[in-house]
Design a protein around this ligand. Sequence first.
Ligand code: CA2
Length: 164
Amino acid sequence: MGLGPTPSQRFLFMASILVLNGPNLNLLGTREPGHYGRTTLAGIEERLRGLAGELGQIISFQQSNAEHVLIDAIHQAPSQGVAFILFNPAAFTHTSVALRDALAAVAIPFIEVHLSNVHAREPFRRHSYFSDLAAGVISGLGALGYELALRAAADRLAKDNTQN
Ligand code: CA2
């Protein structure tokens, strides 16, 4: 049995964009503003919700500190009509083969987003288990990076729609 909707079910779905955030990002805006800025995760989500409305996109959000919850969210994405994922895997960027495998399995295009410039920090942050699979990577632009990623995702979905 496939993971995604059948061709007839596809007519019932309006494709959506999932914004997935990994461990500790629930602390945004409360600590380490030098690395991660002063905007809270709720603030980022609010801005993205507004922008998604302007772009005519349906958007949903999930943050978890647990690897298996993020994996489950990725597994469920196809049956929920998710056509694009904006993903900040946080520390799992540098450790998680399991999350990489989940994204490869569902084959939903995704953009890897980092608030900080991971290449200007400790050497262990320079390796990502996701970048070679990603449609794009944004790093170091703070909360704006999520908005740019959303614009890129909407652009890609619009192009996909005109081709189908
Ligand atoms: O720059 C990013 O977005 C990161 O994905 C953030 C991760 C880090 O492990 C990656 O190397 C780069 C850490 C997220 C921690 O978030 C916090 C937020 C506020 C206060 C403390 C931690």
